[in-house]
Design a protein around this ligand. Structure first.
Ligand code: ADP
Ligand code: ADP
Length: 239
């Protein structure tokens, strides 16, 4: 099945600081994993390595057997060229804390830009964009300027944009932490809707209620290490 993530003995240093310390983790296709832990514990760094936005110093990461950022020849790994890395990233959507939409583009243009750049015919990209706007409940905003939307709406568009390339995996880095409290729910609702879609989701968040409701797997990080991992009941209901 598609979207199987295997993280094997990964370490990452920033200078002398070990941001990830021998992290191993296996995520099943279609599963929802929530990563929790104090600020600075390496959650964001771990997420970024899954997309090769950060290079690992030790260990390796595979999605459906492919080495992320590398190709294997014999028993050696060789880093991919930038163009090949970009092609590999099509399989892994990323949703940032601060939405990162193109403010000078309309909502529709934001959603079709990447697919067209990857060779999807315009008509097909537009049809898919409207279908995705339906999923996130913003079909009526197709022609709006991204910068005129509320934060919650912008983040729902950012999620639709991540879906536009039909990735096997979507990574969410604190997707609601930049939002006013009253807008958090509408974004979590969209992620909940995706939870049973077959896409593998990895969500860094402080929203424990969300974790209880939808996570198959909760990972608790401290100081670059996974100190606890299991079902949300097992990890979140400890005395
Ligand atoms: P979290 O997401 O859990 O808050 P991060 O992964 O952002 O933690 O950071 C883990 C540690 O690595 C922190 O001590 C942070 O300051 C450090 N760090 C993260 N990114 C960099 C970087 N680009 N350069 C230097 N240190 C970094
Ligand atoms: P987050 O926890 O969401 O990653 P941070 O404020 O820790 O947010 O980091 C924001 C950005 O700054 C990230 O790109 C991170 O890699 C970088 N960063 C974090 N800590 C350091 C650091 N000590 N030195 C340099 N860059 C850092």
């Amino acid at each position: 099945a598609a979207g199987h993530i295997a993280i094997t003995r990964v370490s990452k240093y920033f200078g002398k600081h070990k941001a990830l310390d021998n992290v191993s983790l296996e995520l099943k296709p279609g599963s929802v994993t929530v990563i929790i832990g104090p600020s600075g514990s390496g959650k964001s760094t771990l997420l970024r390595t899954i997309n090769h936005l950060e290079r690992v110093d030790e260990g390796f990461i595979q999605i459906d057997g492919d080495y992320i950022g590398y190709r294997r020849e014999g028993d050696k790994l060789y880093e991919l060229k930038e163009r090949e890395i970009l092609r590999q990233r099509v399989n892994v959507g990323y949703v940032f804390q601060n939405f990162n939409l193109f403010p000078h583009l309309t909502v529709l243009e934001n959603l079709i830009e990447a697919p067209i750049a990857h060779g999807v015919p315009r008509e097909q990209a537009v049809a898919r964009a409207y279908a995705l706007l339906e999923v996130v409940g913003l079909r009526h905003k197709a022609e709006a300027w991204s910068r005129h939307l509320s934060g919650g709406q912008q983040q729902r568009i950012a999620i639709a944009r991540a879906l536009a390339l039909e990735p096997k995996v979507i990574l969410f880095d604190e997707p609601t932490s930049a939002l006013d409290p009253e807008l958090v729910g509408e974004v979590l609702d969209v992620i909940k809707k995706l939870a049973r879609s077959g896409t593998t989701l990895v969500v860094v968040t402080h929203e424990i209620g969300f974790a209880r409701e939808v996570a198959d797997n909760v990972v608790f990080m401290v100081d670059g290490r996974i100190v606890e991992q299991g079902s949300s009941e097992a990890v979140l209901n400890r005395p």
